[in-house]
Design a protein around this ligand. Structure first.
Ligand code: GCU
Length: 360
C-alpha cells in the first residue's frame, strides 16, 4: 500500500464494492445493483427521499435579450412551472445560449445569485457553453422554515427520511433538465451540473440521482459533499446540525453525529454514484473548514467504482497534490487551487479545460 492508501485504510470506511449481502462487486452489472442500494442508503440516511407526487414541468419564457454579452449570446429569462395535483411552484432561471455554436454543451449551474456575474458569464459563453443559471433561494429558501416555502411544500416533512434542502435544490436541477434537454440549441450529450460549497453538495446529489448529467462538478463542497466524514478536520456532522444547515439533510443523518463509526456510508458512496460518467472536484488549499485532503481522499476512495465501469477513476493515486496542481486524465478530475473558500475564476478555467479534454 502506498501512503495515501494507508491513510484511506486508517479512515476505516464502509465497503463500497460489496453488496449489502456481502457479495463482491466486480462487473458493471453488479455495480448497477450496488448503485441502487447506495442510492437507497443515501436517500434514507443522508439526503432524504424526494417528493413522490407526480409532477409536470414546463418552461415559460418571460423575456428574451437577443443580444446579451455585447451580442455574443442570447439570454432567455424563464420561469420553471412545476405542478402536482396538490401544489404548484414557479422558479425563475436564465438560459444563455452562445451564438454560433449550436447545439451547445451546457452548464446547469446552481447559483447563489439569480444572475451570473458578467465577467464569468462571458467566459462561459466565449468557451462555447450554454448556461442555465438558477438561484437556489428561489427553489426553496435557505432558512429554518420547516420546508414551508418553495418546493419544500411538495413533500410532507417527517423527521427521518423526507428530503432535505440539498435534495430539493438537486431535484429542481433535474426539472430544469426536463424542460431544456430537448431544446435544439443544447447538446444533450454534453451536460454538466455544477455548484460551489453547499451548492457543490447539492450538485453532487443532482448528478448522483440523475444520469442525464454527464458531468458533475462540485467545488469545495466539504462536509456533506465530497469530503470523507471519517477522519475529517474542520466541519463535522455536529456543526451541520446547527439551525443554518439542519434542514439541508434528512433527519436520520444526525443520529450519527456522535457515532460516526455507525454511519452506513461515507462521501465515497456519493461520489461513486457518478461512476460510468464524469466527476470533477475542486478544493482550495487553505479551506480548512471543508478540508481539501478529505475531499481528495473521497475521490480516491470512489475510484474503484469508476474502474469497475471501465474507466480510470482518479489518475492521481500515489500522492496528494500541491496547491495549483490538477489531475485531469481520469473520469474523476481533481484540482487543488491555492487559497481560501470561494469560487474562483481559476476553478472555472480548470472545469473548462477538463470538459474540453474529455469532450463532455
Ligand atoms: C458553511 C457551511 C458549509 C457550507 C458553506 C457554504 O460554511 O458550514 O457546510 O459548504 O457554508 O455553503 O458556503
Amino acid at each position: 500500500m502506498n501512503p495515501l492508501e494507508q491513510e484511506l485504510h486508517q479512515r476505516n470506511l464502509p465497503e463500497l464494492m460489496r453488496q449489502n449481502s456481502k457479495e463482491p462487486v466486480e462487473t458493471p452489472a453488479q455495480w448497477e445493483r450496488r448503485r441502487q442500494e447506495i442510492g437507497e442508503i443515501l436517500s434514507r440516511e443522508f439526503a432524504g427521499f424526494p417528493t413522490r407526487l407526480a409532477c409536470r414541468s414546463q418552461k415559460e419564457v418571460v423575456r428574451i435579450d437577443r443580444d446579451s454579452y455585447g451580442g455574443k449570446a442570447e439570454t432567455q429569462y424563464c420561469e420553471l412551472k412545476i405542478r402536482s395535483d396538490f401544489s404548484s411552484a414557479s422558479v425563475p432561471f436564465t438560459l444563455t445560449l452562445p451564438k454560433g455554436s449550436s447545439p451547445a454543451p451546457i452548464f446547469f449551474y446552481l447559483a447563489f445569485t439569480p444572475e451570473i456575474a458578467d465577467g464569468i458569464g462571458e467566459e462561459v459563453i466565449d468557451h462555447g457553453y450554454a448556461i442555465a443559471n438558477v438561484c437556489y433561494q428561489d427553489i426553496a429558501a435557505d432558512y429554518f422554515d420547516g420546508h414551508m416555502t418553495g418546493l419544500g411544500r411538495f413533500c410532507t416533512r417527517n423527521p427521518y427520511d423526507s428530503w432535505g434542502k440539498l435534495r430539493i435544490w438537486a431535484w429542481c436541477m433535474s426539472r430544469i433538465a426536463d424542460v431544456l434537454l430537448d431544446d435544439p440549441g443544447i447538446d444533450q450529450k454534453k451536460t454538466a451540473v455544477m455548484g460551489h460549497s453547499r451548492l457543490g453538495k447539492a450538485a453532487l446529489l443532482a448528478g448522483a440521482f440523475d444520469t442525464r448529467f454527464g458531468l458533475t462538478v462540485s467545488c469545495q463542497s466539504g462536509a456533506g459533499g465530497a469530503a470523507l466524514l471519517r477522519g475529517k478536520t474542520g466541519e463535522q456532522i455536529e456543526n451541520l446540525y446547527g439551525k443554518g444547515s439542519r434542514l439541508w439533510f434528512a433527519g436520520n443523518f444526525f443520529q450519527y453525529r456522535e457515532d460516526l463509526e455507525k454511519l452506513p456510508f461515507d462521501s465515497h458512496f456519493l461520489l461513486a454514484m457518478m461512476a460510468g460518467r464524469h466527476l470533477y472536484v475542486t478544493s482550495a488549499s487553505r479551506d480548512d473548514w471543508a478540508d481539501p485532503r478529505s475531499e481528495f481522499l473521497g475521490c480516491l476512495a470512489a475510484s474503484p467504482a469508476f474502474e469497475c465501469m471501465g474507466s480510470m477513476g482518479l489518475e492521481q493515486k500515489g500522492r496528494y497534490l500541491q496547491p495549483g496542481e490538477f489531475s485531469h486524465k481520469g473520469d474523476i478530475g481533481y484540482f487543488l487551487r491555492e487559497g481560501t473558500h470561494y469560487l474562483s475564476r481559476d476553478d472555472w478555467k480548470h472545469v473548462f479545460a477538463y470538459r474540453k479534454q474529455h469532450q463532455i
